[in-house]
Design a protein around this ligand. Sequence first.
Ligand SMILES: OC[C@@H]1[C@@H](O)[C@H](O)[C@@H](O)c2nc(CNc3ccccc3)cn21
Length: 447
Amino acid sequence: MKREMFPGDFLWGVATASYQIEGAYNEDGKGESIWDRFAHAPGKIKDGTTGDVACDHYHRYREDIALLKELGVNAYRFSVSWPRIFPCGKGEVNQKGLDFYDALVDELLKQGIKPLLTLYHWDLPQPLQFHGGWTNTDTVQAFLEYAMLLFKKLGDRVELWATFNEPWCISFLAHELGEHAPGIKDLRTALQVAHNVLVAHGKAVKAFRSENPSGKTGIVLNLYPVHPSSESEQDKEAAILSDCYRNRWFLDPVFKGEYPQELLSVYQKLYGDFAKDYESIQVACEKIDFLGVNYYSREVVSHDPKSILKSKTVKVEAKRTDMGWEIYPQGIQEILVRINREYGPIDLYVTENGAAFKDELKDGEIRDYERIDFLKEHFKNTYYAIQQGVPVKGYFVWSLMDNFEWAHGYSKRFGLFYVDYNDNLKRIPKESARWFKKFLNNEISLE
Ligand SMILES: OC[C@@H]1[C@@H](O)[C@H](O)[C@@H](O)c2nc(CNc3ccccc3)cn21
């Protein structure tokens, strides 16, 4: 199975995100983001690092685009740092911030690489957080102004636009579990954030249509197959509610304009007032052109009477990545086929798939054969979905290079290129980069 067996216009790319690679956290007029503040707070990041410098992509973007060219990709997914454009979140525009993304897009196009731009990959301007962040509908309005400015400035050259990266992480991981910025631990707040982000998504898609009818908009969701640990009714019930929490809480509003009733009723029992505020999320259901699917693993659950979802994650015996995530390649096929069956027809992009492994630099080489095997199996399972008629239009490997892995700092490496943090952030191609390049050049098969 070679690259040429995928559709001729299939996009093969890599993905990154602004806070994870750019650095220059306070340069050229950029304002503070919630991740700048969170990373600087003691104890939030496992290795005590920050994204202040990261991979210094802000200064090295031409070098990094040369790496894309070397790989032979035809697409690149990146995100824009909102506080680099609006240091205060709204109002005054930072021209140097706009200039950076203008130059980035021009260089990509010059190298024959198609950009997929993500408007929001978690780095909210901190001044907006001072006023409640995503719990405040003023932030929805500020997001629309930010989106409209970028549509105007880059819409002539960028065709593919994603509004949000992983609303599940923006809401539940960051506001219920508290593991990401701003580090709040309150389910009611998380539900309010999820709602406002979904509203912002719908309004931005509608505004985009009016501004740029030829462009294509979508949203990026992290999706997981959720399997019961047994065939018992209770475990199957646990899987249904966990699927609502992880997947359908965002899929159903975006494609059907309603929250999944099975879980909505649980929250309505918990929060009496929930109904009147959040019963309708119709506004999120603006027709989109594509869905970005971030796939990493599956979840196996069992009944748990003590939990709100009556479910708990079960750690099954399996091969795992350095993140502890089960390696489950058939899950990418399963999720793509399901989305097409239950929410299609809709163009799908695998906007992130990749793995962290304990990559070691030895004699100038990084022999990451586990990553090659991981990608090979996920590419094959993506192809099997295409063979079943699923309109998968592209695949972006996470990530181009090792970078700031959120609460894990630099301790987890996902890159095709190794970043030597002890040697001036030097980028070194891993074996997987060489393998990917050969695959893209039709030199090798996936068998
Ligand atoms: O963790 C790897 C990547 C991360 O670097 C990206 O910025 C983000 O888009 C991303 N999403 C997932 C899947 N969701 C997730 C689950 C738990 C913690 C963080 C992310 C993995 N990844």
